[in-house]
Write a protein that binds this ligand. Structure first.
Ligand code: BGC
Length: 739
């Protein structure tokens, strides 16, 4: 019965024509000599009203027990599908999640297994847009070869609340870092001739009550934080689409929020792509249509759509002008044409899994963060001949994040039966064993494994070893939020092992920050996040020193959850449909900015990351060229280990107060052999030197003296110079991309 609804409506659309007939030549739009804009215009002219309504409505692509309903032409277990217009030769839109690869909504059959890129937060930890780009290119290639022309990837929500269960999908707490990294990632995806989607616009910073939370925030604070991250990502990545989020912002659901969509995104930033709703996030036929939404998605039952015939009726009444619909269709068509998805149709093709695994491994090796290395316990000494590996299912795999971004790595789930039975579960481990990889790296050592389920047994295994490596995990997932404490008594496991062996190293596989009550008892801590399809070898190579770690935290690790503005994520236990307000009183002071403002010492600061080598940052210069601030510095490898070394530049006004004492304004990671040094020069984006002026609706750089700091983390006093900047008013719109 459900399938017949689709067939009936699809046929009705195809056969009936529209109330307003098409007027254009049905083939003129295919002329490749014309611009994407001109072609999109011609296509709109050639379409009937009903055809236009087809292009702006998307269906679910899954078919599972929890959702038995899918469009018959959707690719199985995919996120979504929008029918094409065969009469005009306009492509269907096959949509797939997400940022870690081509996801399946539910357990994959072997044919649907795909390469798992490390989580977004790991890629952000690389502080290397090149790593992001390569990951995006790989994901986009698998999307294309899997028959998808819209990859729902580009998560850039800031880590405001460290317990947000989706932080693993995002790129940390800073707008510049997140925007640059996600922008490069999206460019990589779109290099495959498909559309990508920056999401979830905007201020969707927790999962608890994600459809009912009403985020209250001042315009200036929003534009200086979460919105700025989107603005940077869009400028860098030029994504064909934006996904509006489930939550409300200042009283209106994001997908019908005229201010967010029409004013900020489309008018102020001049965004030319289209806005799709998050799945099921459209609630009101007319408000969504007039409020800036261009495509309703996630229609999952015959009853739950808000557009289709309801929108048709509104058009007939004149409540929604046809020009508004034309604009939506034009945006969608333009994005698909400009990306290449129309002229180079996607088709199923073989995937080079070996080459893609290498991309995933390189990303992991660039982003794994060495947090603590007391008296150089790492890399593992050659004299460490008896090594105990404990816990975290390290014998079989590495953890991945759950929800719509869930990708099943080749070989399927290495640990079955864990976590929620239904979506966003189960917990999935990629088959890539750190234990096996460590044995490969260190054939000279006796490496034993203990599951870590029994504290006494784990302690006994540790006691007889030269070194004990405890793997601990925290699964996080869409639709859920999590405490900052490791689950399943793993804190006690670490404490027990550390008590038995003074040479204890902890490897964390978590989606975000966790607290570490055992920190003083262990000698080494490695943050491996969710390291993807080849996480095992990546972790092993960092532990043995085959890879010199160069990841740096894109978030602040607190001593305890109450160091953040909200110690507990609000909204838990409220009735399902009850709207609740959360005022972001911290404004734009997210993460390290909040810690700086309150002079609180975290466990590990934003930007922190150790190396096996030594480097120095020097030669800092700041000067004004034209009106721009140019910053130069030198990174020097002063040690004996080749590797990648990072310089971070922070700025602050000498006299005035921003939302916080300083902001990250630039960064550069350089590959250096021992003794080598290289100069970096950056042009600072002037919005990072400005405050938002509400009355003039512009950015304002106040004239005066500014401090520029070259540092190794947000907590490093670093080297400083001062510079005097002229006054500057900046338009609200896009500036030239900072590449
Ligand atoms: C998520 C999106 C995702 C969509 C389609 C939603 O639940 O919030 O990120 O792209 O589903 O699967």
């Amino acid at each position: 019965m459900r399938a017949s609804f689709f067939l009936a409506t699809a046929m009705a659309c195809a056969l009936a024509g529209g109330a307003i007939a098409a007027s254009g030549d049905p083939t003129a739009w295919k002329n490749r000599a014309l611009s994407a804009d001109a072609r999109a215009d011609l296509l709109v002219k050639a379409m009937t009203e009903d055809e236009k309504l087809v292009v702006i409505t998307g269906f679910f692509g899954v078919q599972q027990d929890w959702n038995k309903f899918r469009h018959p032409e959707a690719r199985l277990q995919s996120a979504g599908f929008v029918p094409g217009i065969p009469r005009l030769g306009f492509t269907p839109q096959w949509q797939s999640d997400a940022g870690s690869g081509v996801a399946t909504q539910g357990e994959a059959t072997p044919a649907l297994e795909r390469t798992v890129l490390p989580s977004g937060i790991l890629t952000a930890s690389s502080w290397d847009p090149g790593t992001s780009y390569a990951g995006g290119q790989m994901v986009g290639a698998e999307a294309r070869a899997s028959g998808f022309n819209v990859q729902l990837a580009g998560g850039v929500n800031l880590d405001r609340d460290p317990g947000n269960g989706r932080n693993f999908e995002y790129a940390g707490e800073d707008p510049l870092l997140a925007g640059m990294m996600v922008g490069a990632f999206m460019r990589g995806i779109q290099a495959n001739g498909i559309v990508t989607t920056v999401k979830h616009y905007a201020l969707n910073n927790q999962e608890t009550g994600r459809s009912t939370i009403n985020v209250l925030i001042d315009e200036g604070a929003a534009r200086t934080s979460d919105l700025l991250a989107f603005q940077f990502a869009i400028e860098q990545g030029d994504p064909g689409s934006v996904m509006c989020s489930y939550n409300l912002v200042n009283g209106k659901h994001a997908c019908q929020n005229d201010w967010l969509l029409n004013t900020v995104l489309k008018r102020d930033w001049g965004y030319r792509g289209y806005v799709m709703s998050d799945w099921g996030a459209a609630h009101d036929t007319i408000e969504n249509a007039l409020g800036g939404l261009d495509q309703e998605t996630g229609v999952s039952t015959p009853e739950n759509y808000v557009w289709r015939d309801k929108l048709k009726a509104a058009i007939a009444k004149g409540t929604v002008p046809i020009a508004v619909i034309d604009d939506k269709v034009r945006r969608i068509a333009r994005a698909l044409i400009a990306s290449g998805a129309v002229d180079r149709p996607v088709a199923l093709a073989p995937i080079d899994f070996a080459a893609h695994a290498a991309v995933a491994q390189a990303a992991a090796e660039n982003g794994i963060v060495l947090l603590k290395n007391d008296r150089d316990i790492l890399p593992l000494a050659r004299t460490a001949k008896r090594i105990a590996v404990i816990g975290g299912h390290a014998d079989v795999g590495v953890l991945t994040g759950g929800g719509s971004a869930q990708v099943y790595a080749p070989g399927g789930n290495a640990v079955r039966g864990l976590g929620p039975k239904n979506w966003p579960g189960p917990v999935v481990y990629a088959k890539s064993s750190p234990l096996v990889a460590l044995r490969t790296e260190r054939p000279d050592a006796a490496i034993a494994f203990d599951a870590g389920t029994d504290l006494a047994a784990a302690a006994a295994a540790a006691k007889t070893a030269d070194v004990a490596i405890v793997f601990v995990t925290q699964w996080t997932a869409e639709s859920l939020d999590f405490p900052l404490t490791l689950p399943d008594d793993q804190d006690a496991l670490i404490a027990a092992v550390a008590a038995a062996n003074a040479n204890t190293i902890v490897v964390l596989e978590t989606g975000g920050a966790v607290t570490m009550p055992w920190i003083d008892g262990v000698r080494g801590v490695v943050q491996a996040w969710y390291p993807g399809s080849r996480g095992g070898p990546a972790i092993a190579r960092v532990l043995t020193g085959a890879v010199n770690p160069s990841g740096h935290l894109p978030i602040t690790f607190p001593l305890s959850a109450d160091q953040f503005p909200r110690a507990v994520i609000p909204g838990k236990g409220l009735p399902e449909k009850q709207i609740f307000d959360v005022r972001y009183t911290e404004g734009a002071a997210i993460g390290y900015k909040w810690f700086d403002r309150n002079r609180t010492r975290p466990l590990f600061p934003f930007g922190h990351g150790l190396s096996y080598g030594k480097s120095s940052l020097d030669g800092l210069q700041a000067r004004v060229v034209g009106k721009d601030l140019h910053v130069g510095f030198r990174v020097r490898n002063t040690g004996k280990v080749a590797g990648k070394y990072l310089g971070q530049v922070y700025v602050a006004p000498a006299a005035a107060n921003w939302e916080a004492p300083k902001r990250l304004a630039g960064f550069r990671k350089l590959t250096l052999s021992p003794g080598q040094s290289e100069a970096a020069s950056l042009v600072i984006d002037p919005r990072l030197l400005a405050t938002w002026d509400q009355s003039r609706h512009q950015w304002h750089v106040a004239p005066g003296r500014y401090t520029v700091t070259l540092a190794s983390s947000a907590a490093d006093a670093g080297r400083r110079v001062t510079v005097t900047l002229p006054e500057r008013w900046l338009p609200v719109g896009s500036l030239a991309p900072q590449r």
